[in-house]
Design a protein around this ligand. Structure first.
Ligand code: FAD
Ligand code: GLY
Length: 382
């Protein structure tokens, strides 16, 4: 079975790359997933586009997040036109709340350097928080508001990307696990499942938290570790929260259909995808402390996903150094939804004409795994 580009992993990263390649004229393309397309971390995520709120330092990673965030309005509009699926880009903004003196001091310090770095951030006093979000606890004493940090319904995003691929004739293969790569004399010729060899001119490995198993012959990629995130959701009878809300213990994400998601744990638990009673009760307690009215609403659903955390703490995007024709796109950890449109573009441009802008060189396999700024990488770790 031969194709031009084979993409192993049908999460938001693999699908975004497929879309960008298709837009640039690649016709014979296949995306293979061991499970359901878009059924892993990309399905489990909260969909926040937290380019600014989750930022601790001004570095290439932060600048990449900002760039990708800027692509979202056009990305959402194009996907709607191409597929009829609205990914629900919600521009209600994001609040980071402080409940204690210490948390207020931390946020005030963050405000000082973020304004210095040119980030659009505004401070809110207690009364202003209540004016904006009446359902937030009266114990919230101070907040930062990010008007540029939005959210999307990530499950609709993967559905839209999938539909785009179907419309454009990208072959989607589900329920087939790639168990090995076809390497001959330092060149990657494709990948194989237990029963089938899939040959391709170029192979993209976008296998998220499972990348290490496939890229073990490519030390430049480094290891990618699964970091479990558990989440819950509430379905209150009416919509009483409009902004994404962060606290020091977690976040709340109000969906346009009225649901409120509460997340998320950050656990080094291997590939175990259990949802635990402890996590559910901790997330519920965080949610009720933040928005007391949630105390009267039952937890509707609970789920989890595995974030892909690369060794250097940053995404790894680029050609593997050891093997020709092996393109890697992984390690998006807490920000894969945010970074999907930009990752798709970076990868498509590099795969098709070898061009890569200098600002993204930082994330090339060798650089990301071996020269990651230690302090920055630390700030991006659990
Ligand atoms: P995945 O979506 O995991 O896709 C990888 C795919 O590869 C999987 O479908 C898998 O089945 C397939 N695969 C793996 N190995 C093989 C193989 N051998 N053969 C075939 N197929 C294979 N990001 C944000 O930007 N904003 C958020 O608010 C946010 N919240 C999150 C909340 C939680 C609880 C979690 C868990 C993550 C969150 N993230 C968020 C992170 C985001 O979900 C990930 O960074 C992103 O989904 C990674 O996309 P991916 O395509 O690399 O991985
Ligand atoms: N970005 C939110 C999370 O990973 O939980």
């Amino acid at each position: 079975m031969g194709t031009d580009v084979l993409i192993v992993g049908g999460g938001v990263i693999g699908l975004s790359i497929a879309r960008e390649l298709s837009k640039r004229g690649v016709r014979r393309m296949m995306v293979i997933d061991k499970g359901r397309i878009g059924g892993e971390a990309s399905w489990a995520a909260a969909g926040m586009l937290a380019a600014n709120a989750e930022t601790r330092i001004d570095d290439p990673f932060f600048r990449m997040c900002v760039e990708s965030n800027k692509l979202y309005p056009q990305f959402a509009a194009e996907l709607l036109e191409e597929t009829g699926i609205d990914i629900e880009l919600d521009t209600g903004g994001t609040l980071c709340l402080a409940f204690t003196e210490r948390e207020e001091a931390d946020l005030a310090e963050k405000f000082a350097w973020q304004t210095g770095a040119g980030i659009r951030v505004q401070t809110l006093e207690a009364g202003e928080i209540r004016e904006r979000e009446p359902a937030v606890s009266s114990a919230a004493r101070y907040a930062l508001r990010y008007e540029d940090d939005h959210q999307v319904e990530n499950r609709k995003l993967v559905a839209a990307l999938r539909k785009y691929c179907e419309i454009e004739g990208v072959e989607l293969v589900e329920g087939v696990q790639i168990t090995g790569l076809l390497i001959e004399k330092g060149v990657l010729l494709g990948a194989a499942s237990r029963d089938v060899r899939y040959t391709a001119s170029k192979t993209v490995i976008a296998a998220g938290a499972w990348t290490t198993e496939l890229a073990r012959t490519m030390p430049s990629v480094g290891t990618v570790k699964p970091i479990r995130g558990q989440m819950i959701s509430f379905a209150p009878p009416e919509r009483f929260l409009h902004s994404v809300v962060y606290t020091s213990e977690g976040y709340l994400v109000p969906r346009t259909d009225g649901r409120i998601l509460a997340g998320a744990t950050v656990e080094d638990a291997g590939f175990d995808k259990c949802v635990t009673a402890d996590a559910i009760s901790q997330l519920k307690a965080m949610a009720v402390r933040t928005v007391p009215r949630l105390g009267g609403v039952d937890v509707g659903n609970a789920w989890c996903g595995l974030r892909p955390l690369a060794e250097g703490g940053y995404p790894v995007i680029g050609w593997a150094s050891e093997i020709r024709n092996a393109y890697i796109a992984t390690g998006h950890y807490r920000n894969g939804i945010l970074l999907a449109p930009l990752t798709g573009r970076i990868a498509a441009l590099e795969i098709l004409d070898g061009s890569r802008s200098a600002e993204y060189q930082y994330f090339a396999p060798r650089d990301a795994a071996m020269t990651g700024n230690a302090a920055a990488a630390q700030s991006n770790k659990p």
